[in-house]
Ligand binder design. Structure first.
Ligand code: NAD
Length: 372
């Protein structure tokens, strides 16, 4: 099969993490026809003809602060049941090629580089990747470990914002799939406006919050007052370990709770908890307990259990977002893209209910088809 003429770069911040490794291996598997594209919305009929870059035209690279080779990371994920058995060897050459395009991230411990020096180095890595591979464009996707919410008095930008600034400087569309700050800092607003680049965020909506954005409108539409909505998550893996830090978990939970406040009109009583259970690896269980009133105040409860493989939920969405933003850039769309709220817990505007977000996404697919 001859390689497509126009190729698009996908640059992962956190390129050796579970989500990035699953997306890189999964994209190679799809391009080779080894698996159907379950979970990839952009492979469904409404997106045919929208001009999205084909999965086989995506070229991967990224930054990470770890140096474990990508084929080895994929073997670990296969041993944990995240990737199908045999997939890492079937796509070994694609994983090795992506591994060769991963550059050291930062700031590393003891790093004496200033923010400006780090942004310059990251932007140079992006430009080099795009030029050397003859890519039409490169979309930067943040899938690095969740950072604690930044201290308002901090003098330094968080790493996620340094990478986001580098993306702007290198002229790359940007996706923030994590709850970390990224572009959402006043310090970068002038650069964001001047860049005229499309961007989308933040924090992928893959499991518990996805379910919440479907169920909350049901209570509103059926006029059933929600008295309390509580949730607990058990997960392991790198994400579980990062979220064991209460400050990082607070950043994550704010997004989960925001979906309810936006849909119900006010945040109901109840909290979300995240417990790190390393033995579960990438497999997550999320329970929700929803107390609501029925006719004449009859007290009722809905309980849900979500069991999913975190990276297998996230990876197809990450590929969707990279393709959508690449095409948005190609047709000259700029700024935040509220049409992509379907994918995020804390979107850049747009409706809060999943069904309305899906309709907005379909209109976006139409728009991408028509513009050039
Ligand atoms: N369903 C999901 O999996 C899901 C949903 C929404 C959001 N997310 C977010 O996606 C992110 C990735 O999740 P994961 O399970 O792949 O986590 P992971 O721990 O497996 O991977 C994170 C990677 O980021 C790297 N990293 C950390 N600091 C870095 C830095 N300064 N520069 C470059 N790389 C850095 C780590 O070395 C690691 O390889 C997390 O922030 C998570 O909250 C995941």
């Amino acid at each position: 099969m001859s390689a497509p003429a126009v190729r698009t770069g996908v640059w992962f911040i956190g390129a050796r993490g579970s989500v990035a490794t699953t997306a890189t291996a999964g994209c190679a598997a799809l391009a080779a026809g080894l698996h159907p594209a379950a979970g990839m919305v952009t492979e469904t009929a409404p997106f045919a003809g929208s001009g999205l870059p084909p999965v086989g035209s995506l070229v991967f690279g990224g930054h990470d602060t770890l140096d474990c080779p990508l084929p080895k990371r994929a073997e670990v994920l296969a041993a944990g049941g995240v990737l199908p058995h045999g997939l890492p060897s079937a796509v070994h050459s694609e994983l090795a090629a992506a591994d060769a395009e991963i550059r050291p991230g930062g700031p590393l411990s003891g790093d004496i580089r200033t923010d400006e020096e780090l942004v310059t180095a990251f932007a140079a890595d992006l430009t080099d990747f795009t030029r050397r591979n003859g890519l039409a464009r490169t979309v930067v996707v943040n899938v690095a470990s969740t950072e604690p919410a930044p201290d308002p008095g901090a003098r330094r930008l968080p790493a996620s914002s340094l990478y986001a600034a580098a993306a702007l400087r290198a002229g790359c569309p940007y996706v923030n799939f994590t709850p970390s700050t990224g572009l959402r800092t006043p310090v970068l607003q002038a650069a964001v406006a001047a860049s005229a680049l499309p961007h989308a965020g933040r924090d992928g909506k893959t499991g518990q919050t996805l379910l919440r954005s479907v169920l909350a409108p049901m209570f509103v539409q059926r006029a059933l007052p929600v008295r309390a909505w509580s949730g607990t998550n058990l997960l392991g893996g790198g994400d579980g370990a990062s979220l064991a830090d209460p400050a990082a978990a607070a950043a994550k939970n704010a997004g989960k709770e925001r979906v309810l406040a936006d849909t119900l009109g006010a945040a109901p009583e109840g909290e979300v908890h995240i417990d790190d259970v390393p033995a579960l690896g990438d497999w997550k269980t999320a329970w929700d307990h929803i107390a609501f009133d029925g006719f004449l105040g009859a007290r009722m409860v809905l309980q849900t259990t979500w069991q999913g493989c975190d990276s297998a939920l996230a990876a197809p969405l990450v590929l969707d977002l990279a393709r959508l933003l690449a095409r948005a850039h190609e047709v000259g769309l700029t700024g935040p893209r509220p049409e992509l709220g379907f994918y995020f817990k804390d979107p850049d505007g747009g409706p809060a209910a999943l069904s309305a977000q899906y309709l907005a996404l379909l209109s976006f697919a139409e728009r991408l088809r028509g513009e050039k």
